[in-house]
Design a protein around this ligand. Structure first.
Ligand SMILES: [Zn+2]
Ligand SMILES: [Zn+2]
Length: 249
């Protein structure tokens, strides 16, 4: 199949329903990235930002860093990548990222998560009945007076395959999440779903939920999530587990 944009090269990447060659695929993503970056007004011409990435997102993190430097060559940007060790429970991994954001000296944070990750995490969250950090499923959020930018929240990983940085398929250390990722990649081969899903996440109504006062996770009761209870119990009114039993006794 020939690229539908230039009509010359072999098409290899599916982007927004069109088969493109790697060259046109890259320019499409750069165009999208530049537009979203400028709309978000996330960075100033002279600015510092950190990309928080786990091992499995290091390739996307490196790509984001490269795109930022290339898009504004005359800007004075200082972009750092900070690697976070992944856990076997995706919510624990995301919790570590939230705590990192909370404690970071950086005012501008970039997360390298892609649309396919979020879609799978949404299904995961519904399956286990814990909404955790689902409201990261947006391009731009503010937390702890810090700005968080997620450039690829509506771009699935396979749309990035025109870049040599992107290696292999999405995988995490969470076995259940990996099952969902595999299933979703078969079910949602049509990538239009990824572009529409981010905006329809509002139907789940995440805004008026109870929140962990430390990491902002969506929780059912108490003032801390289970991970904060384990690590910061002195800051939470409830004590880990024991409390409930003692009250009954
Ligand atoms: Zn082309
Ligand atoms: Zn928490």
């Amino acid at each position: 199949m020939i690229c539908t944009k230039c009509g010359k090269n072999q098409a290899e990447v599916l982007i927004s329903g069109k088969y493109l060659c790697v060259h046109c695929a890259r320019s499409e993503i750069v165009k999208r990235f530049r537009k979203e970056l400028s709309l978000s007004k996330f960075l100033d011409r002279e600015d510092k930002a950190v990309i928080l990435a786990t091992e499995n997102f290091m390739d996307v993190a490196n790509l984001i860093k490269k795109l930022l430097y290339n898009i504004c060559k005359s800007c004075k940007l200082d972009v750092l990548i900070d690697k976070i060790d992944e856990e076997e429970d995706i919510n624990k991994t995301l919790w570590k990222i939230m705590i990192k954001i909370r404690e970071s000296d950086f005012k501008k944070i970039i997360l390298p998560f892609t649309a396919d990750f979020f879609l799978s995490y949404l299904i995961y969250s519904i399956s286990i009945g814990y909404m955790g950090y689902l409201d990261l499923y947006s391009q731009f959020t503010e937390l702890y007076s810090k700005k968080i930018f997620i450039p690829f929240y509506s771009t699935p990983r396979f749309e990035l395959l025109g870049f040599s940085e992107i290696t292999g398929e999405l995988k995490t250390k969470d076995a259940f999440l990996n099952e969902i990722i595999k299933w979703a990649s078969k079910q949602f081969a049509d990538n239009e779903i990824y572009h529409t899903f981010g905006s329809s996440i509002n139907v789940i109504r995440l805004e008026n939920r109870k929140r962990c006062k430390i990491c902002n996770a969506i929780i059912e009761r108490g003032d801390c999530c289970k991970y904060c209870l384990e690590s910061f119990s002195h800051l939470c009114s409830e004590q880990p587990q024991k409390q409930g039993l003692e009250e009954k006794a």
